[in-house]
Write a protein that binds this ligand. Structure first.
Ligand code: 6PG
Length: 486
């Protein structure tokens, strides 16, 4: 590529995601300039661009020539670690930018940081977008799901690029849409990740029940998940799970999955999702249980010790020695997983809606389901059904009461209850499935025992209560009345 021509776009931050996204953009025919603080990454990316088809990509070792190599109004995507490195990169680049230029943060950033930066950039006459990018390395290179939020003007400047770079889903279009104002793109990506945590936890529980109670081998698990991936559960996470069970250990006997330490790491977006759910008073128990499960998994040494104490005390694995009909169990677990998943997505969607109302973002839930159908980690055939549910009724209070989903849950509830009961009786924890079931059982009940909690609050704290038959706020001297009765 001739160095005198200006690039259409720039990308700063050439770790795995940045490098692959830059190559993707170049491959779609948009000349791109790239920059990284550690210059070896720049050379590596330039090398890759040559090898992968002489793609129109130019590397720069200094920020000024990088910025000046981009056509105006300049657009620079930044893919650096969330937090301070983002501020640092903005500082480095913005001194060379001019009015109307734009920076896009493609990292998993806290939405309020994006809002703060958008304001600061605005004061300089610059535009800013916070764009969720999902799909890992593979997605970034060949088609991610993109969730840009912030300046609409900035979005319009690069819409043509994003439409081409995003994953393409037949009959549903590119997996990108303008999400909304402010930090909405980051917020939606954060909830995407919370849902991702929930999906992974539910799949792990299905695995645990099948393996520990059903005694399925890794070969059988591979078959089961591969089969599930042909039906209603078809999704990226089920597909990779099937693959995982087929991989042999390259350092010893057996399968690699059995050698992986049972401690789940995390980078923070799942935790933020649960914190936001609490802030907004939205119940998200399945997502919360997936987070708690990660915390508990981290206590490996304590768990090893506790297992020994209870084994020595007589609570051994005998609980898991129930005889089960394997075929029936596999079918039940599939249904339990699907029904649990519906509840988890209902929680995530309601969280997004609550935030949208609070911030006035006017987010379109059906459109979000559409752009998650391809490219991202939670991509699944089932998202098409979610999109249709919101198309039928954009004001749907919960996915659980969409007529189609309601019927699906009812059809699966016997199997779901069987799996959860079996797991409980076998001493196998299925916190995600239990949380989903309890969520469903609470949501579908006209009356809950919350009357008693209200009475208790009023008893000890005079917090007052409402009545079912008379309007108003009431307080009762419960203590006095109780004493009088004695
Ligand atoms: C994606 C993923 C990605 C996320 C990882 C790790 O959409 O591509 O959500 O953004 O960073 O999945 O998340 P944890 O380390 O928190 O599990």
């Amino acid at each position: 590529m001739a160095s005198e021509t200006l690039s259409r776009i720039g990308l700063a931050g050439l770790a795995v995601m940045g490098q692959n996204l830059a190559l993707n953009i170049a491959e779609k025919g948009f000349p791109i300039s790239v920059y990284n603080r550690t210059t070896s990454k720049v050379d590596e990316t330039v090398e890759r661009a040559k090898k992968e088809g002489n793609l129109p990509l130019r590397g720069f070792h200094d920020p000024k020539s990088f910025v000046l190599s981009i056509q105006k109004p300049r657009v620079i995507i930044m893919l650096v670690k969330a937090g301070a490195p983002v501020d640092q990169t903005i500082k480095t680049l913005s001194v060379h930018l001019e009015k109307g230029d734009c920076i896009i943060d493609g990292g998993n950033e806290w939405y309020e940081n994006t809002e703060r930066r958008e304001k600061a950039m605005n004061d300089l006459g610059l535009l800013y977008l916070g764009m969720g990018v999902s799909g890992g390395e593979e997605g970034a290179r060949h088609g991610p799901s993109l969730m840009p939020g912030g300046s609409f003007e900035a979005y319009k400047n690069i819409e043509d690029i994003l439409l081409k770079v995003a994953a393409q889903v037949p009959d549903s279009g590119p997996c990108v849409t303008y999400i909304g104002k402010g930090g909405s793109g980051n917020f939606v990506k954060m909830v995407h990740n919370g849902i991702e945590y929930g999906d992974m936890q539910l799949i792990a529980e299905a695995y645990d029940v099948l393996k520990t109670v059903g005694k399925l081998s890794n070969e059988e698990l591979h078959q089961v998940f591969a089969e599930w991936n042909k039906g209603e559960l078809l999704s990226f996470l089920i597909e990779i799970t099937a693959d995982i069970f087929s991989i042999k250990d390259d350092k010893g006997q057996g399968h690699l999955v059995d050698k992986v330490l049972d401690k789940t790491g995390m980078k923070g977006t799942g935790k933020w999702t649960v914190q936001q759910a609490a802030e907004l008073s939205v119940a998200a128990p399945t997502i919360a249980s997936s987070l708690d499960s990660r915390f508990l998994s981290g206590l490996k040494d304590e768990r090893v010790n506790a297992a020994k104490i209870f084994r020595d005390g007589g609570l051994a694995d005998v609980l898991c020695d129930q005889v089960v009909d394997k075929k029936q169990l596999i079918d039940d677990v599939r249904q339990a997983l699907y029904a649990s998943k519906i509840c988890s997505y209902a929680q995530g969607m309601n969280l997004i809606r609550a935030k949208s109302i609070e911030k006035g973002w006017d987010l379109k839930l059906g459109e979000l389901a559409r752009i998650w159908k391809g490219g991202c980690i939670i991509r699944a055939i089932f998202l098409d059904r979610i999109k249709k549910a919101y198309d039928r009724n954009p004001d749907l209070a919960s996915l659980l009461i969409d007529p189609e989903f309601a019927k699906e849950i009812v059809d699966r509830q016997s199997a779901w209850r069987r799996v959860v009961s079996l797991a409980i009786n076998s001493g196998i924890s299925t916190p995600g499935m239990c949380a989903s079931l309890a969520y469903f059982d609470s949501y579908r009940r006209e009356s809950l025992p919350a009357n008693l909690v209200q009475a208790q609050r009023d008893y000890f704290g005079a917090h007052t209560y409402e009545r079912i038959d008379v309007e108003g706020s009431f307080h009762t001297e419960w203590f006095k009345l109780a004493k009088l009765k004695i």
